[in-house]
Design a protein around this ligand. Structure first.
Ligand code: ATP
Length: 321
């Protein structure tokens, strides 16, 4: 069943409606390990590899994404998260592997068709898109496409009913995302947070079942943070599945039902946010290094003890001279 992606006049700021409870309940008995099977997966990925010369950027053996849940994809810089998003949504091609969305293979399907089949990703406002108005960006979203080469096609006039339906949908979404006052403004004039809202609103133009968000909090000032979080949670409350890449661990903890951790192209851990983030192996090996997550008290104690022991050894070596 297609998700109702225009419904809901405003984002539920609490975002803890019945779908949140259902997602948590559905994932309760899923084992906390890479590749764990889910009770109702909307996306199933098998053996996807992408190599750039000698570098294997993505090497995902198996991933299942639970329908109707918010799943975070985290990992250190260069882990392969963005490349993986690009592969799944048809913006790049893997060297190997297959994946099914809602039971249908998507391998080899171009990006705009992937979007029309119900899996859509946000993409950042490029320079060219910044020179279009907000409403023009929304219309481009209806084609499920991105990219400068498509601007001309988009600006071609549409016919009567089709254009009316698209404009109506765009205006509904702009109202919902409180961007209606910006309708005729150039997208480039929006603040960081408003851009993120536009990217999300534009993705919803195709009425997707699954929305993939690439760093939805990047560049968003604190005043808009809660509103953005509310909108993401609202996607789940309307029946959509969300998969997002994010470095902001507070956001991951706040909104995700499940977390998948990638490092060096592979899936190295899975589980609910608290359990994944408390996993010393994850913090130490994949997050601690670049301070994405706060250290646990045990980890802090261990690092302090290591440092003290090191100083002690140095003092003794000095004294022994
Ligand atoms: N087009 C490309 N050509 C060559 N190497 C690439 C290309 N795209 C990505 N890579 C390399 O693949 C690896 C994975 O990159 P990717 O951007 O997917 O990681 P990421 O997890 O999204 O990182 P970040 O969190 O910093 O965005 C990196 O080593 C990157 O340098």
């Amino acid at each position: 069943m297609a998700a109702d992606s225009t419904g809901g006049a405003t984002a539920t700021t609490a975002g803890t409606g019945p779908r949140k409870a259902a997602a948590v309940a559905a994932l309760r008995d899923v084992p906390h390990r890479p590749g764990a099977p889910k009770p109702d997966p909307i996306l199933v990925v098998d053996g996807v590899q992408r190599r750039f010369g000698g570098l294997t950027a993505v090497d995902v053996e198996h991933i299942e994404v639970q329908r109707g849940a918010i799943t975070a994809l985290i990992g250190p810089n260069g882990a392969g998260k963005t490349t993986f998003f690009n592969l799944l949504t048809g913006f790049d091609k893997p060297d190997e592997g297959r994946w099914e969305f809602d039971g249908q293979s998507l391998a080899g399907v171009p990006a705009y068709k992937v979007a029309r089949r119900g899996m859509v990703r946000t993409f950042q406002l490029t320079k060219a898109l910044s020179r279009l108005t907000v409403i023009e960006n929304m219309r481009l979203g209806a084609t499920g496409q991105r990219g400068e080469s498509l601007l001309r096609a988009m600006l071609r006039p549409l016919w009567g009913d089709q254009e009316r339906a698209i404009t109506e949908r765009a205006d509904d979404l702009l109202r919902r995302f409180k961007l209606d006052a910006k309708r005729e403004d150039f997208a480039g004039s929006l603040s960081g947070g408003q851009r993120k809202l536009l990217e999300m609103a534009r993705a919803l133009m195709v009425g997707p079942q699954m929305v993939m968000l690439d760093e939805p909090m990047a560049g968003v000032n604190p005043a808009l943070t809660q509103s953005l979080l509310g909108h993401v949670k609202d996607l789940r409350e309307q029946g959509m599945t969300v998969l997002f890449v994010e470095h902001d661990m507070d956001m991951v903890r706040d909104i995700s039902d499940w977390v998948i951790v990638m490092a060096q192209g592979r899936v190295v851990a899975e589980g609910p946010p608290d359990s994944v983030m408390a996993d010393p192996a994850v913090i130490d090996a994949y997050l601690g290094g670049h301070h994405d997550a706060p250290l646990s008290i045990e980890e802090e104690d261990r690092q302090l003890a290591d440092a003290e022991a090191q100083v002690e050894r140095e003092i003794q070596a000095e004294e022994g001279k």
